[in-house]
Design a protein around this ligand. Structure first.
Ligand SMILES: [Zn+2]
Length: 99
């Protein structure tokens, strides 16, 4: 994946308050958010008979077959780029989880 942010692909609007932003004035922030699903492999319950485990896995594979590749990707990994004007950034960075 190309990781470079091409400014021409972005609207120069604050994604939080909608204020228009002027490139080159240092008046806004680019925030990259990467979210991963829990990367830990699922723990198999060792008390479960092997046949049941493999049936579970079969069911899971069957389920995943119905999802498109993009849907599958969206479930495990999302990458979002947002622009924030300085006031919004300063507010957001203090409380990024919105708690
Ligand atoms: Zn803003």
């Amino acid at each position: 994946m190309h990781d470079e942010i091409t400014m021409s692909n972005l609207d120069f609007l604050c994604h939080r308050c909608g204020a228009s932003l002027t490139p080159g004035e240092g008046s806004f922030y680019v925030v990259k958010i990467e979210a991963f699903a829990d990367p830990t492999p699922p723990r198999l319950d060792t008390d479960e008979p092997l046949a049941e485990i493999s049936a579970d896995i079969d069911a899971l594979i069957e389920q995943m077959r119905d999802l498109s590749e993009q849907e599958l990707m969206d479930q495990v990994y999302r990458r979002v780029v947002v622009l924030l004007c300085r006031p919004c950034y300063e507010h957001w960075i203090e409380d990024p989880t919105g708690s």
